[in-house]
Every structure is written in C-alpha cells, then in structure tokens.
Design a protein around this ligand. Sequence first.
Ligand code: FEO
Ligand code: CA
Ligand code: CA
Ligand code: CA
Length: 629
Amino acid sequence: MPRIPTDAHAPEPPGNSPDLRETGTDFERLAERALSRRGFVAGGVTFGAAAFVAAAGGPRPLAAPASDSRFGFEPVAANVLDTVTVPKGYRWHVVARWGDPMWSNAAEFDPKTRGTGASQERAFGDNNDGMSLFTKGGRNVLAVNNEYVNRRIAYPSGKPESADDVRKGKAGHGVSVVEIAERGGAWSIVRDSPYNRRITADTPMEISGPARGHDLLRTAADPRGERSLGTWSDCGSGRTPWGTYLACEENFNGYFSSSDPALQIGHAFERYGIGLEDWGYAWAAVDERFDIAKHPNEPNRAGYIVEIDPLDPASTPKKRTALGRFKHENAELVLAANGRVVVYMGDDERGEFLYRFVSDGRYVEGVDNADLLDSGRLFAAKFAEGGRGEWVELAPETTGMASAAEIRIHTRMAASAVKATTMDRPEWVAANPKKAEIYCCLTNNKNRGRKPNKGGDPTPVGGPNPRAGNLYGQIVRWRPDGGDHLAAGFAWDLYAVAGNPAVHSDANAGSRNVTPDNMFNSPDGLAFDSNGMLWIQTDGNYSNEDGFAGQGNNQMLVGDPATGEIRRFMVGPKECEVTGIAWSPDRRTLFVGIQHPGEKGNSHFPDAGDSVPRSAVIAIAREDRGPIG
Ligand code: FEO
Ligand code: CA
Ligand code: CA
Ligand code: CA
C-alpha cells in the first residue's frame, strides 16, 4: 500500500486545527491560517498529500480515545451486507416501505405487479428522501419526499408500458404525509389517519412569489400562470418555524420530452437539462403537459421549493418562486437576529451554485407568517481563495436580467451572470444550532477542472473545490461575519475532504479526519442534532472496489464540529443510498431513509427471501431507550 511521505509543509487538517477544538474561537484567524494551506492549491501543487493527509507514521490525533468524546456510540465497521447495521446497543425496524397502504381500503403491496395506479395513489411513495416529523396534540405526522420511481423495480418489465403504468409512476412521486405511531415498541403507519395525504405529480399547486403570473409560466391550461399540477423529483427537505414542510424539486427536467424530434432546444432549456427525450418515465405519452413541443412553458413551472402544511390535508401546496428555480437539494432555514428568514440552498448539478434567500418580512411567533417565503432577496455564493467569501445579490442591476421574476425563473443564468462560484454539486445544507455556522455537502464532481458547467462557466480547481475530477466529495462550512446570517461576507473552510487513505497517497486520500476506519465517499444528506453533532449520509460508489475498496455500502456518520472527529454510525443495505433524517419529539427514536436498495438488482431489503427491494423509512433506537442526539 503506498504511504504518504512526510511533508514539512503539511498544515493542520481543516477539521482538526487547534482553533476548532474549542467553540467561540477566532474564525478569522483560522481563515488566515487556511490561506497558507490553500496556497498549495492555487500554486498547483498536489493538494491532498500536503494539505490533508497524515504523514506516514505521523500522529493521527483524531484516533484519540472516546473518553472525552461527545459520541454516544462505538463506531461500526464498513460492510456490504444486505441489511442495516447499527452500533452495539442499538436496534432498528422498518416504519414505512414503498407501497405500504396508508388507508385500510387500499390494496396491500403486490410483489408480482408491484402495484397499480390506484393502489399507489393510496400508498407510501417510492424512493423516500428528505423528511420531517411534525407533532400536534401528541400525534406524529411524518412528511416524506418520494423523489422518483425505480422503473426497473416498479415495473415487472422494467419500464412503463401502459397508461396505468404512467399513473402509477406519477403517484409514486411527490410527498407522503403520513401519521405514524409507536405501538408495542415499534413505529408504523396509522392507517386512515385524518392527516394522511398523498401529494403526487397531479396534485393542484399554487404558484406564488415574484414569478407568479409571468409570461413564461402561462400555459393553455393555466393562462394566468398561477396554478400548476403536481410536484416530483422532490429531494431534500426543509421545515419552517411556523410548522410547514418544504419539499425541494430537483431533477424535474427528466420528465419532459418532445413529440417533435426537430424541436429546437433553446439555451434556457439546455441549462436545465430539458431536451427532446425524458429519462424513461413516458409521462408525455399519457399527459401532454409533459410534451414541450405542445406546452413549452410547462418546464418553467417546476424546479421550485414547495411549501406544504402537513397538518392541513385540505391545504394547497405553494410553489415559492422567490427561492429560485434550479435543481434544489434541500432548504435549511435559520432566523436572523432581527427575525428575517434566511434559507440556504444548494443546486445539485456539476458546477452549479450555492444560494441564500433573505425574506423581506420578519418572523414573529404567534402571528401569520404564512407567506414570508414569497418576498425577499436572493443571493449566490462567491468563494475566494484564502477562506473568505461573499453573497452576491441576484438583482436586475447585478445580473442584467429584466426583473425579479425572470431571475427567479432563470436563476442559474442569473448566478452565472454575477460569476458565482461553480461548486462540486451542492447537496444538503445544515445549520449548526449552537452557533452561526453552516455546512454543505459537495458530493463529487468528475468534471471539476475538466469541463465547464452547462452554462459554459469554467470550473477551476481551487477554493472549496480543491480536486480535479473530484470522485469523493467534501464538506464545506462557513461562518457569516459577525455571526449575522444577513452579513454579506463569510469565512469558510473545509470540514472534511472524503477520500480513501487506504488506497491513495495523494489528494484522494482525503483530510486527516478521514481514516481507513471511517472513510466514505459522496456525502449528501446532512443534518445537525440538538446537541450540535453533525449527521452525514452518503450517496456514493458502493462497489467496494478499487478506489472505493473498504468503504462498503452507503452509510451514515456523525461528525463533531469542534474536533473534526467523524465516526460511522450506520451502514445501509446493498445498493442503497442513505438519505433523510428526523427525530421523534423525545429524541429516543431516529428516523432514517433507506433509498433505492437493490437499484441494480442485488438486494431484497427490507424483507426476506426473494422479495422485491423497497425503499423504506426505518426507526433506530437505543436498547436502553436513551436519547439519540
Ligand atoms: Fe436527490 Fe442531489 O440528490
Ligand atoms: Ca441527495
Ligand atoms: Ca447525491
Ligand atoms: Ca437519491
């Protein structure tokens, strides 16, 4: 195994600098120190060996004993088992699976047909992703995104072949709002709960905010541009202090196609990946609003954040255009000191951007805050070498675009116009509840330093995107100046650079807090618990071979922001992604999403024998019923 040569210039690893061992230290000073290590990057010197990897035989401070740690568990080893692995003293069980009926008059899941349009409309959706738990009067209601449908699993032939197949596909998408209860020590769906609701690709939505009524949003069915049908490709999530759920539309483009093979695809469609063909869902064959030759404005009505009141099943979800249109990952909401609502958001595509929304209005507890997300300013992040960064407002004056509405519809072009920093696929953003500090997973980007983004913006190696052809990903964090989420400036560093120190001796070994014992790739889901510990979920290469040897299945880890230490808490089943996290009100149950187990045909999770693999929400608890996080 190649080992890493000692490098006298090796700086402190980003997650382990002495400054970070204590809270409340001078982040500016830290950023200045970071400058010197990033000088390596700017200078074109191989990044990782110098900057992030412990020298051979050198100290690995993060392997310190657990006695003083804030982790309440012993780490689990990587594995390739077709089950969930949790630490000693913990247990897990399934709460809800794709196809589980939410009403007692709905059909049970049929593993032969994998359901019909009618059964899916009354059952838990497929590919659960972001989620949040809402509690009212002692009842627990889980809102869960159903990002997409695994066609090779959902359809016995591997693809939709009938109108009912398309109906089933559209119903497998969207959001499941479902009451759950703990009975006999196990959580499960409360069938027929008045809170149960399926939101699908056909559910009526209201379009609100600056783009409402804009010419680009008007269609034959909705000449005023104020109402649309459905949400799909909802990936990560968010929640507001006023009790609503945010579903974030990500890969909305893959559902549109053209009946005219000669249709010219304009720049705006190209930027968002809308083309002549869909990704195999065949929705346009049954529902012509997905045919861009007939309804060219329909794609402009997707790609937003959708606000849903999970405790009012009769409410109409609202597409909040003020937060911009892009491939939304999640929405992390914090309140600024003066009550303004700040939402941090990533656009998950290679070389796209990080965004911040700041509301015009202020949140005041107990009054009507319902439409705070309809009016505000939108910014894109610019990272400089040396650990400094700034938020640049996307306004007509800065972008040259005609209006706030146009900026909200063609947000990617607006951010390109201000030369925001092209990022390595921003996934979930998470705010530290203990201090003004924000983290974001940059999952990977094979095009870094090699290809521009879809808008032609260069993707130079450097700053928070330090590796060419980045296969492993990293977690960037920033602290707003003065601890004020409204500040224009921030200081940033890299909390962790994923890699494989058992295989690589260069930048691909990762940061020092990544070891052969905790290594992972492609961080994606990200959330803080109430103790200020950072939960990291992965959606990466699970081959367990070559550069990924020893990393096993996708997994969930916990990071200590103060020390940089990272421990593996859970390993998912084969071919899954771990995404979505929520806690019960007493924090004794941790809900976690297992998405697309067996996506290539090699899992039977969560059921036994030769069953069809099914995405699921699981519950994890300590055997002693103590709190988790
Ligand atoms: Fe749906 Fe970017 O993950
Ligand atoms: Ca994701
Ligand atoms: Ca991902
Ligand atoms: Ca996914």
